[in-house]
Design a protein around this ligand. Sequence first.
Ligand code: CAA
Length: 287
Amino acid sequence: MRIEQAFVAGAGLMGHGIAQVLAAAGRRVDLYEPDRGRASAGRERIAANLERAVAKGRLDAAARTAILDRIAATDRLAAAAEADLVVEAVFEDEALKRALWADLDAVAPGRAIFTTNTSSISIDRLAAALAPARRPAFCGMHFFSPVPVMPLVELIRGSATDDATADAVRALAADLGKQVIVSADRPGFIVNRILMPLLAEAMRALEEGVATAEDIDAGARVGLNHPMGPLGLADFIGLDVVLGIMRVLHADLGDERFRPPRVLEELVAAGKLGQKTGAGFFAYPRS
Ligand code: CAA
Protein backbone atom coordinates (compact mmCIF):
# COMPACT_ATOMS: atom_id res chain seq x y z
CA MET A 1 0.00 0.00 0.00
CA ARG A 2 1.36 3.43 -0.92
CA ILE A 3 1.08 5.97 1.86
CA GLU A 4 -0.63 9.13 0.56
CA GLN A 5 -2.20 10.65 3.64
CA ALA A 6 -0.43 10.95 6.98
CA PHE A 7 -1.56 12.12 10.41
CA VAL A 8 1.25 13.38 12.65
CA ALA A 9 0.33 13.75 16.33
CA GLY A 10 2.63 16.27 18.01
CA ALA A 11 3.90 19.46 16.32
CA GLY A 12 6.99 20.03 18.47
CA LEU A 13 10.68 19.65 17.58
CA MET A 14 10.25 16.16 16.10
CA GLY A 15 6.64 16.25 14.90
CA HIS A 16 7.00 19.38 12.79
CA GLY A 17 10.17 18.01 11.21
CA ILE A 18 8.51 14.66 10.42
CA ALA A 19 5.53 16.48 8.86
CA GLN A 20 7.95 18.54 6.78
CA VAL A 21 9.85 15.57 5.32
CA LEU A 22 6.60 13.68 4.62
CA ALA A 23 5.15 16.66 2.76
CA ALA A 24 8.43 17.23 0.91
CA ALA A 25 8.15 13.62 -0.28
CA GLY A 26 4.68 14.32 -1.71
CA ARG A 27 2.46 13.11 1.13
CA ARG A 28 -0.49 15.06 2.48
CA VAL A 29 -0.17 15.61 6.21
CA ASP A 30 -2.51 16.57 9.03
CA LEU A 31 -0.32 18.02 11.79
CA TYR A 32 -2.20 17.57 15.06
CA GLU A 33 -2.04 19.18 18.47
CA PRO A 34 -5.04 19.30 20.82
CA ASP A 35 -4.39 23.04 21.00
CA ARG A 36 -5.02 24.68 17.62
CA GLY A 37 -2.44 27.42 18.24
CA ARG A 38 0.32 24.84 18.84
CA ALA A 39 -0.60 22.97 15.67
CA SER A 40 -0.41 26.22 13.69
CA ALA A 41 2.90 27.11 15.35
CA GLY A 42 4.32 23.78 14.13
CA ARG A 43 3.21 24.57 10.58
CA GLU A 44 4.76 28.05 10.90
CA ARG A 45 8.08 26.48 11.89
CA ILE A 46 7.94 24.40 8.72
CA ALA A 47 7.18 27.54 6.70
CA ALA A 48 10.24 29.22 8.25
CA ASN A 49 12.49 26.20 7.51
CA LEU A 50 11.31 26.17 3.89
CA GLU A 51 11.79 29.92 3.61
CA ARG A 52 15.42 29.52 4.69
CA ALA A 53 15.89 26.85 2.03
CA VAL A 54 14.41 29.18 -0.61
CA ALA A 55 16.67 32.02 0.55
CA LYS A 56 19.69 29.73 0.17
CA GLY A 57 18.60 28.77 -3.35
CA ARG A 58 18.08 25.09 -2.38
CA LEU A 59 14.33 25.12 -3.00
CA ASP A 60 12.27 27.10 -5.48
CA ALA A 61 9.34 29.16 -4.32
CA ALA A 62 6.77 27.03 -6.16
CA ALA A 63 8.03 23.85 -4.45
CA ARG A 64 7.91 25.61 -1.08
CA THR A 65 4.27 26.58 -1.66
CA ALA A 66 3.37 23.07 -2.82
CA ILE A 67 4.94 21.49 0.29
CA LEU A 68 3.15 23.89 2.63
CA ASP A 69 -0.16 23.35 0.82
CA ARG A 70 0.09 19.65 1.61
CA ILE A 71 0.25 20.34 5.38
CA ALA A 72 -2.87 21.17 7.38
CA ALA A 73 -2.63 22.17 11.04
CA THR A 74 -5.48 20.60 12.99
CA ASP A 75 -6.82 20.19 16.51
CA ARG A 76 -9.22 17.46 15.37
CA LEU A 77 -8.17 13.92 16.27
CA ALA A 78 -10.98 12.79 13.93
CA ALA A 79 -8.76 13.81 10.97
CA ALA A 80 -6.90 10.51 11.59
CA ALA A 81 -9.93 8.76 10.04
CA GLU A 82 -8.41 9.54 6.60
CA ALA A 83 -4.87 8.42 7.38
CA ASP A 84 -2.82 5.70 5.68
CA LEU A 85 -0.07 6.43 8.22
CA VAL A 86 -0.39 7.65 11.80
CA VAL A 87 2.81 9.01 13.37
CA GLU A 88 2.94 9.72 17.09
CA ALA A 89 5.61 12.25 18.11
CA VAL A 90 4.38 13.58 21.44
CA PHE A 91 6.35 14.12 24.65
CA GLU A 92 8.32 11.15 25.96
CA ASP A 93 5.76 10.09 28.56
CA GLU A 94 4.42 6.55 28.48
CA ALA A 95 0.99 7.33 29.97
CA LEU A 96 0.47 10.22 27.54
CA LYS A 97 1.49 8.12 24.54
CA ARG A 98 -0.67 5.16 25.57
CA ALA A 99 -3.74 7.34 26.09
CA LEU A 100 -3.26 8.95 22.68
CA TRP A 101 -2.74 5.59 20.94
CA ALA A 102 -5.94 4.23 22.47
CA ASP A 103 -7.83 7.26 21.07
CA LEU A 104 -6.17 6.95 17.66
CA ASP A 105 -6.99 3.24 17.52
CA ALA A 106 -10.68 4.15 17.81
CA VAL A 107 -10.51 6.72 14.98
CA ALA A 108 -8.00 5.50 12.35
CA PRO A 109 -9.03 3.22 9.49
CA GLY A 110 -8.11 -0.47 9.53
CA ARG A 111 -5.57 0.00 6.72
CA ALA A 112 -3.46 2.54 8.65
CA ILE A 113 0.12 1.90 9.64
CA PHE A 114 0.93 3.16 13.14
CA THR A 115 4.42 4.41 14.00
CA THR A 116 5.75 5.93 17.19
CA ASN A 117 8.74 8.26 17.33
CA THR A 118 9.48 7.25 20.91
CA SER A 119 13.18 7.57 21.68
CA SER A 120 13.28 5.06 24.50
CA ILE A 121 9.96 3.49 25.52
CA SER A 122 9.27 -0.18 24.78
CA ILE A 123 7.28 -0.71 21.58
CA ASP A 124 5.48 -3.67 23.13
CA ARG A 125 4.41 -1.58 26.13
CA LEU A 126 2.98 1.09 23.82
CA ALA A 127 1.35 -1.55 21.58
CA ALA A 128 -0.55 -2.80 24.60
CA ALA A 129 -2.68 0.37 24.35
CA LEU A 130 -4.02 -0.90 20.99
CA ALA A 131 -6.61 -3.56 20.26
CA PRO A 132 -4.80 -6.88 19.56
CA ALA A 133 -5.90 -6.84 15.89
CA ARG A 134 -4.13 -3.50 15.39
CA ARG A 135 -0.77 -4.47 16.90
CA PRO A 136 0.71 -6.09 13.74
CA ALA A 137 0.52 -2.64 12.06
CA PHE A 138 2.43 -0.88 14.86
CA CYS A 139 6.18 -0.24 15.09
CA GLY A 140 8.81 2.28 16.10
CA MET A 141 10.06 4.71 13.44
CA HIS A 142 12.50 6.92 15.28
CA PHE A 143 13.81 10.09 13.59
CA PHE A 144 16.70 12.35 14.59
CA SER A 145 16.72 16.11 15.00
CA PRO A 146 16.78 18.24 12.91
CA VAL A 147 14.62 15.77 10.99
CA PRO A 148 15.08 17.38 7.56
CA VAL A 149 18.88 17.19 7.98
CA MET A 150 19.62 13.93 9.81
CA PRO A 151 19.45 11.03 7.33
CA LEU A 152 18.71 8.24 9.81
CA VAL A 153 15.66 6.32 10.98
CA GLU A 154 15.63 3.55 13.56
CA LEU A 155 13.08 0.84 12.79
CA ILE A 156 11.94 -1.04 15.88
CA ARG A 157 9.63 -4.00 15.51
CA GLY A 158 7.52 -5.04 18.45
CA SER A 159 6.81 -8.73 19.01
CA ALA A 160 3.52 -8.38 17.07
CA THR A 161 4.76 -6.18 14.17
CA ASP A 162 4.23 -7.97 10.86
CA ASP A 163 6.45 -8.02 7.77
CA ALA A 164 4.08 -5.89 5.68
CA THR A 165 4.34 -3.06 8.23
CA ALA A 166 8.13 -3.26 8.48
CA ASP A 167 8.39 -3.32 4.67
CA ALA A 168 6.07 -0.30 4.30
CA VAL A 169 8.10 1.68 6.84
CA ARG A 170 11.36 0.77 5.09
CA ALA A 171 9.94 1.88 1.73
CA LEU A 172 8.68 5.13 3.23
CA ALA A 173 12.04 5.85 4.90
CA ALA A 174 13.79 5.30 1.55
CA ASP A 175 11.36 7.77 -0.08
CA LEU A 176 12.22 10.29 2.64
CA GLY A 177 15.94 9.82 1.90
CA LYS A 178 16.64 8.18 5.26
CA GLN A 179 18.91 5.24 5.98
CA VAL A 180 17.21 2.60 8.12
CA ILE A 181 18.89 0.79 10.97
CA VAL A 182 17.03 -1.96 12.79
CA SER A 183 16.95 -2.22 16.57
CA ALA A 184 15.51 -4.79 18.91
CA ASP A 185 12.84 -3.48 21.28
CA ARG A 186 15.33 -2.67 24.02
CA PRO A 187 15.40 0.59 26.03
CA GLY A 188 16.88 3.50 24.05
CA PHE A 189 17.24 1.29 20.96
CA ILE A 190 20.64 1.93 19.29
CA VAL A 191 21.39 5.65 19.17
CA ASN A 192 20.13 6.77 22.58
CA ARG A 193 21.78 3.74 24.18
CA ILE A 194 25.06 5.18 22.90
CA LEU A 195 24.27 8.88 23.29
CA MET A 196 22.77 9.12 26.79
CA PRO A 197 25.82 7.87 28.72
CA LEU A 198 27.92 10.42 26.78
CA LEU A 199 25.58 13.27 27.71
CA ALA A 200 25.32 12.09 31.32
CA GLU A 201 29.10 11.81 31.68
CA ALA A 202 29.61 15.33 30.31
CA MET A 203 27.07 16.60 32.88
CA ARG A 204 28.81 14.73 35.71
CA ALA A 205 32.17 16.17 34.62
CA LEU A 206 30.58 19.63 34.86
CA GLU A 207 29.14 18.83 38.33
CA GLU A 208 32.55 17.65 39.53
CA GLY A 209 34.24 20.85 38.32
CA VAL A 210 36.44 19.03 35.81
CA ALA A 211 36.03 21.90 33.35
CA THR A 212 33.69 24.66 32.23
CA ALA A 213 30.68 23.84 30.03
CA GLU A 214 32.45 25.64 27.17
CA ASP A 215 35.59 23.52 27.51
CA ILE A 216 33.70 20.24 27.90
CA ASP A 217 31.87 20.95 24.66
CA ALA A 218 35.01 22.15 22.89
CA GLY A 219 36.62 18.85 23.90
CA ALA A 220 34.01 16.87 21.98
CA ARG A 221 33.79 19.30 19.07
CA VAL A 222 37.46 19.93 18.49
CA GLY A 223 38.97 16.75 19.92
CA LEU A 224 36.40 14.26 18.64
CA ASN A 225 35.02 16.16 15.63
CA HIS A 226 31.44 16.01 16.93
CA PRO A 227 29.27 18.68 15.27
CA MET A 228 28.01 19.81 18.70
CA GLY A 229 29.39 19.31 22.20
CA PRO A 230 27.33 17.07 24.52
CA LEU A 231 25.98 19.91 26.68
CA GLY A 232 25.00 21.99 23.64
CA LEU A 233 23.43 18.91 22.09
CA ALA A 234 21.40 18.25 25.26
CA ASP A 235 20.20 21.88 25.14
CA PHE A 236 19.29 21.37 21.48
CA ILE A 237 17.30 18.16 22.12
CA GLY A 238 15.59 19.72 25.16
CA LEU A 239 16.67 18.99 28.73
CA ASP A 240 13.18 17.77 29.68
CA VAL A 241 13.33 15.30 26.78
CA VAL A 242 16.84 14.15 27.73
CA LEU A 243 15.75 13.71 31.35
CA GLY A 244 12.72 11.69 30.26
CA ILE A 245 14.90 9.39 28.13
CA MET A 246 17.51 8.92 30.88
CA ARG A 247 14.78 8.06 33.40
CA VAL A 248 13.37 5.36 31.11
CA LEU A 249 16.84 3.93 30.42
CA HIS A 250 17.82 4.04 34.09
CA ALA A 251 14.57 2.37 35.23
CA ASP A 252 14.46 -0.25 32.46
CA LEU A 253 18.16 -1.16 32.26
CA GLY A 254 18.92 -0.60 35.96
CA ASP A 255 22.38 0.69 35.13
CA GLU A 256 24.02 3.64 36.92
CA ARG A 257 25.47 4.95 33.64
CA PHE A 258 21.96 6.14 32.78
CA ARG A 259 21.08 7.76 36.12
CA PRO A 260 20.06 11.37 35.39
CA PRO A 261 22.76 13.71 36.78
CA ARG A 262 21.70 16.10 39.53
CA VAL A 263 22.52 19.18 37.43
CA LEU A 264 20.08 17.98 34.76
CA GLU A 265 17.30 17.44 37.31
CA GLU A 266 17.94 20.91 38.74
CA LEU A 267 17.89 22.71 35.39
CA VAL A 268 14.63 21.03 34.40
CA ALA A 269 13.07 21.81 37.80
CA ALA A 270 14.06 25.45 37.23
CA GLY A 271 12.33 25.48 33.85
CA LYS A 272 15.65 25.79 32.02
CA LEU A 273 15.01 23.33 29.23
CA GLY A 274 17.71 24.37 26.75
CA GLN A 275 17.37 26.25 23.46
CA LYS A 276 13.57 26.32 23.51
CA THR A 277 13.44 28.31 26.76
CA GLY A 278 16.52 30.45 26.07
CA ALA A 279 18.61 28.82 28.83
CA GLY A 280 20.03 25.43 29.74
CA PHE A 281 23.71 24.57 30.08
CA PHE A 282 24.22 27.67 27.91
CA ALA A 283 22.22 30.87 27.32
CA TYR A 284 20.49 31.42 23.96
CA PRO A 285 21.04 33.00 21.57
CA ARG A 286 24.69 32.01 22.09
CA SER A 287 26.92 35.08 22.09
N1 CAA B 1 15.70 22.43 10.71
C1 CAA B 1 15.96 22.27 9.40
N2 CAA B 1 17.19 22.43 8.87
C2 CAA B 1 18.18 22.82 9.71
C3 CAA B 1 17.98 23.03 11.07
C4 CAA B 1 16.67 22.83 11.56
N3 CAA B 1 16.37 22.97 12.86
N4 CAA B 1 19.15 23.40 11.64
C5 CAA B 1 20.06 23.41 10.65
N5 CAA B 1 19.48 23.06 9.49
C6 CAA B 1 20.15 22.93 8.19
C7 CAA B 1 20.62 24.26 7.68
O1 CAA B 1 19.59 24.92 6.94
C8 CAA B 1 21.80 23.86 6.81
O2 CAA B 1 21.35 23.41 5.55
P1 CAA B 1 22.24 23.66 4.20
O3 CAA B 1 23.60 23.07 4.48
O4 CAA B 1 21.52 22.92 3.14
O5 CAA B 1 22.27 25.12 4.01
C9 CAA B 1 22.39 22.64 7.53
O6 CAA B 1 21.34 22.15 8.38
C10 CAA B 1 23.58 23.02 8.38
O7 CAA B 1 23.16 24.05 9.26
P2 CAA B 1 24.08 25.23 9.75
O8 CAA B 1 25.13 25.51 8.73
O9 CAA B 1 23.22 26.35 10.21
O10 CAA B 1 24.72 24.70 11.09
P3 CAA B 1 25.68 23.51 11.35
O11 CAA B 1 26.59 23.22 10.21
O12 CAA B 1 26.25 23.87 12.67
O13 CAA B 1 24.72 22.25 11.51
C11 CAA B 1 23.38 20.80 12.77
C12 CAA B 1 23.65 22.24 12.39
C13 CAA B 1 22.94 20.01 11.54
C14 CAA B 1 22.24 20.82 13.78
C15 CAA B 1 24.69 20.17 13.35
O14 CAA B 1 25.17 20.97 14.39
C16 CAA B 1 24.51 18.77 13.87
O15 CAA B 1 24.52 17.81 13.11
N6 CAA B 1 24.35 18.63 15.21
C17 CAA B 1 24.14 17.33 15.84
C18 CAA B 1 22.70 16.95 15.69
C19 CAA B 1 22.41 15.62 16.35
O16 CAA B 1 23.24 14.97 16.95
N7 CAA B 1 21.14 15.23 16.24
C20 CAA B 1 20.65 14.03 16.86
C21 CAA B 1 20.13 14.37 18.22
S1 CAA B 1 19.51 12.93 19.05
C22 CAA B 1 17.91 12.82 18.50
O17 CAA B 1 17.39 13.63 17.80
C23 CAA B 1 17.15 11.61 18.89
C24 CAA B 1 16.64 11.54 20.23
O18 CAA B 1 15.87 10.63 20.46
C25 CAA B 1 17.01 12.45 21.31
